[in-house]
Design a protein around this ligand. Structure first.
Ligand code: KG4
Ligand code: ZN
Length: 377
């Protein structure tokens, strides 16, 4: 089954074509990913109307390249009237409409479904991907599989080279991204019960906001992590202590906005800290985030006795977090830890294709698809 997957929930535009076999082996025929991060960095975070514009410009081009690379684009032109018929559907995405007419005005071979992220995410960004999927579905007569972005972050960990290896249940998933920090329990495939969440900022958001306070550009996660690494490697010792929020609370919830406030308070008191002190501050911040994630996950492990622990979302690319969870899991012989490949931790469309394949029975037609910015697992 060949799936064309589309991801536009935030500031990465990504298109992939994967060919899945019944035995869960698959081949990545093409994977295109273009980050808009540098463009958004000037605004200090994701700027919605810029994201909307960039997704519209990039999707037709990346899709054309992906189809060509997979040898699935024919020379046969689509009838002009069919293309004009998409105009109404794309009335709010004029740039996208022009791009489709220019780059995708040909028939294709052999795609069985379009998997598209329909939520959660930034509304204007999601809508571009969703309307693009609707247009392609109408133009090429292919069904759509709506995909929950967060499910994508979970199931991408099931990828072992070119095979989907289904996990042993129950599965406990810790999702840590720019918009989410959640603990999810799955007693069986496709079931997701939220047992904990952040009450304010998400972990990735805390990284990004703290980075900004320290003077590091968006996206802050990798930059704070690099600073913290310097402090760790050089064994810096400074008298800086940040709080570990929610540790004493009897729940699986998180809270990260206070941490950012503590960093701000520190910087208001110390207006000219040395580089060494700033690097140590980054390390202390990273320690505080990771410690709270570990403690709440451990608590959930003890309550629910999972057989598999999945860590997913952009923050799972963090080296200190990865090492800390690898240490934690040594305490539990019966649990398998699944961490996504670092390159698959942040947003991409391979994860959307995999989630799409696992939901291949939930196909919809273009009329029944809509973006759901607040979609929950
Ligand atoms: O999953 P993702 O790519 O997008 C969302 O769905 O939100 O996650 C992006 C988040 C950003 O906040 C980014 O700063 C964070 O993941 N991130 C990291 C690292 N790489 C990305 N945070 C900490 N350490 C990293 N190495
Ligand atoms: Zn994400």
């Amino acid at each position: 089954m060949k799936i064309l997957a589309i991801e536009t929930s935030c500031d990465e535009t990504s298109v992939a074509i994967l060919d899945f076999k019944e035995d869960l082996n698959f081949e990545v025929l093409s994977h295109k990913l273009q980050s808009q991060m540098d463009k958004h960095a000037e605004y200090g975070g994701v700027y919605p109307s810029l994201a909307k514009r960039e997704h519209q410009l990039l999707l037709p081009i990346l899709t054309k390249e992906a189809l060509q690379e997979s040898n699935l684009l024919t020379d046969k032109l689509i009838e002009e009237s069919k293309l004009e018929g998409l105009k109404e559907m794309l009335e709010r995405e004029e740039i996208l409409f022009e791009g489709i007419k220019k780059d995708l005005n040909k028939e294709i071979k052999d795609i069985d479904a379009i998997a598209v992220t329909n939520g959660p995410g930034l509304a204007p960004a999601l809508w571009v991907g969703v309307n693009f999927a609707k247009a392609l579905s109408t133009m090429w007569n292919i069904p759509i599989i709506p995909v929950n972005h967060m499910e994508g972050h979970i199931v991408v960990s099931y990828m072992k080279e070119n095979k989907i290896v289904k996990p042993e249940y129950p599965v406990l998933s810790l999702l840590v991204s720019g918009g989410h920090t959640e603990l999810i329990l799955s007693k069986k495939e496709g079931e997701y019960i939220k047992i904990g969440r952040t009450l304010d900022d998400a972990a990735g958001e805390a990284f990004d906001k703290t980075a900004r306070l320290i003077g590091l550009r968006y996206p802050g996660g990798p930059k704070i992590s690099a600073r913290a690494k310097i402090a760790r490697e050089n064994n810096y010792k400074e008298d800086i202590k940040l709080p570990r929020p929610m540790l004493k609370e009897d729940s699986f919830n998180f809270s990260y906005s206070g941490l950012k406030t503590s960093v701000r308070n520190f910087l208001e008191k110390e207006t000219d800290p040395s580089q060494e002190r700033l690097d140590y501050l980054a390390k202390e911040f990273e320690d505080a985030v990771v410690e709270t994630l570990i403690t709440k996950t451990k608590k959930a492990i003890e309550e629910y006795s999972p057989k598999t622990l999945v860590i997913g979302g952009g923050v799972s690319a963090n080296e200190h977090l990865r090492k800390s969870f690898q240490e934690l899991i040594k305490l539990y012989e019966e649990i398998t830890l699944l961490l996504p490949d670092v390159k698959m931790s942040t947003d991409n469309s391979i994860m959307i294709a995999i989630a799409g394949y696992l939901n291949k029975d939930k196909q919809v037609t273009a009329e029944n698809l809509k973006a759901q910015p607040n979609l929950s697992l």
